[in-house]
Design a protein around this ligand. Structure first.
Ligand SMILES: [Cu+2]
Length: 150
């Protein structure tokens, strides 16, 4: 019993150390945004607040970069994030990106199509939140609902 407790304590120690390290450097996201998009800037801020390092690339037209990264047309939103080889389309919450990076499913990326009110970067003054889905996708189209938010 005593041995088990000790093992558990040291495991927790390792996990805490790993967490601190992740926060210090943070996964790197390249965010492709249009210069006038305020909700895109809101999402960038949300990712930074969640410990991600975000490199913002401004482009007037994101069609080509989204085509290049295999984002299906029917799932498109405003900005595109690229993190660790995955494409993150639209207002995907940071914790769902973190889940993706730990589970590493065989998908091209995640998408929140459109611009649901209340999603990160789409916060409404009255606090309104519309339910929305986070989809996984490959180059042929949406694959599955990865998470639902409301
Ligand atoms: Cu937006």
């Amino acid at each position: 019993m005593k041995v088990r407790t000790l093992a558990l304590v040291s495991l927790v120690g390792v996990a805490a150390a790993a967490c601190n390290q992740a926060q210090a450097s943070g996964p790197e996201v390249t965010a492709y945004v249009t210069p006038t998009c305020s909700c895109c800037a809101g999402w960038v801020e949300h990712m930074q607040d969640s410990g991600f390092t975000v490199n913002v690339v401004y482009q007037d037209d994101l069609t080509a970069i989204k085509d290049e990264h295999g984002v299906p047309r029917e799932l498109r939103s405003c900005h595109l994030g690229v993190v660790d080889g995955y494409a993150i389309e639209g207002h995907v919450p940071a914790d769902v990106v973190t889940r993706l990076l730990s589970e590493r499913p065989e998908v091209v990326g995640l998408a929140v199509p459109g611009m649901p009110m209340g999603a990160p970067g789409m916060e409404m003054p009255g606090g309104r939140v519309d339910p929305y889905e986070v989809y996984t996708f490959d180059r042929t189209g949406p694959q599955a609902v990865y998470e639902m938010r409301q």
